[in-house]
Design a protein around this ligand. Structure first.
Ligand SMILES: Cc1cc2nc3c(=O)[nH]c(=O)nc-3n(C[C@H](O)[C@H](O)[C@H](O)COP(=O)(O)O)c2cc1C
Length: 454
């Protein structure tokens, strides 16, 4: 049977290049709520599983200061807080999943669990949390006045964060704790709301989550960050993971996540592996390639280096351009995915890495051509990597219109998309009708006090 793909649409709180389009220089967009409402309505009409908002407090820094190019060219810089958008988007949609990122480095579990639970209520069970240790951690640490924590310690902290968050979501309220018995004057049963007591390395707590259970109880758990400890975190806890690289690297990452998920007792299909990609659709391959080249030509090498610095903390322009990135660079304390990606026996030169970032950023090779050609490439990518779907980058104008109107019908014609999204919650969209809550094989289920929830 043909595998039916999960499709998410990618956005940051940033609309990157629309202001460069002649005639649209003064168009309010990313600070205008209507812009986002319109986008959410279009995603819903197209029938995609979810809309995802990337987020980070970080921006490109070097030697403890923001890189001027980041400000001047808007490289991973200006943004709004996507968490504040989700309620508004939930109000104008009924099916669309709504996913955003919160780093485990910034807010502690009591804040994160209360916020996502509230959003899960307001959206009637359509919310997902993308768990990251965070890009541009050097900037974030400076901003919050904290020392930069070593890379692998950040992942240890992330695992503890998720574990404690699951205790709050699954273990605090029994499903029938909220009584609302007006005659007896009882709001909730004190015997069924349990204090969480926890003493860990990074977090300790004694208290309750004050928001009662939402439709999904725990939001759908996403993860991004494909370094070795990132993949372990995904295999242990994530229900979906965002990955971006070339197909051989992707195949290895996905195989590793599935293998570890089995070791954690979750099964090889417990984690939906979604490939982030750029799709440039046109009437011919030549036209699509010309569009792609025009996009590359708009980006200077300096901008590409600034983008690379955002993800890795490394200044590529300070290295020998004709040699590979030194292997020792991966021992630093910034994000590792985009350093490890370019190491090894066939490592490209620094110049080639810069060109790759200029052309494709973190996304790997784009899908190019007519709708048929793009669907062929997408099918081949799924076959080569065993992925479960795609996270689709916006087009140059910030929209996803060409993907919706041209690529999706072709994928649908081939039976690669669901005819209707199953269920009304995000977890059901991804795992099928009735799969509203975490499955029994997920570690969060162990904290449940009411097995009847499943
Ligand atoms: C498609 C995709 C989306 C991502 N979204 C975010 C995000 O919203 N915020 C963030 O801080 N990191 C995001 N990341 C992950 C970072 O790029 C980075 O890899 C990670 O936070 C650091 O972990 P690492 O050391 O394992 O690379 C994303 C990665 C991918 C591939």
């Amino acid at each position: 049977m043909t595998k039916q793909l999960a499709i998410g649409m990618f956005q940051g709180g940033r609309v990157r290049d629309t202001w460069k389009i002649p005639g649209r220089e003064h168009e309010p967009n990313f600070t205008d709520l209507d812009y986002w409402l319109d986008l959410a309505r279009k995603c819903e009409a197209a029938g995609v599983d979810f809309l995802f908002f990337a987020d980070s407090y970080g921006y490109p820094t070097m030697d403890s200061s923001i890189i001027p190019t980041a400000i001047e060219r808007n490289v991973q810089f200006t943004t709004v807080d996507p968490h504040t958008l989700i309620s508004a988007l939930a109000a104008v949609t009924t099916k669309l999943g709504l996913v955003t990122t919160t780093s485990t480095m910034v807010e502690a579990p009591p804040a994160v669990t209360r916020q996502y639970r509230s959003l899960d209520h307001f959206s009637k069970g359509r919310v997902g949390w993308n768990i990251v240790t965070g890009s541009a951690q050097a900037a974030s640490a400076l901003l919050f006045g904290e020392p930069l924590m070593p890379h692998d310690d950040r992942y240890a902290k992330a695992a503890e964060h998720v574990d404690l968050s699951l205790r709050f979501w699954e273990g605090c309220w029994e499903s029938d704790a909220l009584v609302k018995d007006a005659a007896a004057g009882v709001w909730a049963d004190p015997n069924k709301v349990h204090e969480i007591e926890y003493e860990g390395t990074y977090f300790s707590t004694k208290g309750v989550l004050v928001t009662p259970p939402s439709p999904q109880v725990t939001p759908v758990l996403f993860q991004a960050g494909a370094s070795a400890p990132g993949r372990e975190l995904a295999a242990r806890y994530a229900e979906a993971v965002f990955l971006a690289a070339e197909s051989t690297a992707l195949a290895a990452q996905i195989a590793d996540i599935r293998r570890q998920a089995v070791e954690f007792g979750r099964g090889s299909d417990a984690v939906k592996c979604l490939i982030a990609g750029t799709f440039r659709v046109a009437d011919s391959m030549a036209e699509a390639q010309a569009q792609h080249q025009a996009a590359i030509d708009r980006i200077s090498l300096e901008q590409a280096a600034t983008l690379y610095a955002y993800f890795t903390g490394l200044d590529l322009l300070s290295f020998d351009l004709d040699r590979p990135i030194p292997a020792s660079a991966a021992n630093g304390d910034n994000g590792r995915t985009n350093i490890e990606r370019f190491l090894g026996p066939d490592a490209p030169t620094v110049r080639e890495v810069l060109e790759e970032f200029r052309a494709n950023g973190v996304m790997g090779k784009p899908f190019l051509g007519t709708p048929e050609e793009i669907a062929n490439q997408a099918e081949a990518m799924i076959a080569a990597t065993d992925a479960d779907g795609f996270l689709v980058q916006p087009e140059a104008d910030g929209s996803h219109d060409a993907f919706f109107t041209r690529v999706m019908p072709e994928l649908r014609r081939r039976g690669l998309l669901k005819d209707d999204l199953p269920g009304d919650t995000l977890r059901e969209h991804l795992f099928g009708e009735g799969a509203v809550h975490l499955p029994e094989s997920h570690p969060g289920a162990a904290y449940r006090r009411t097995p009847s929830l499943v």
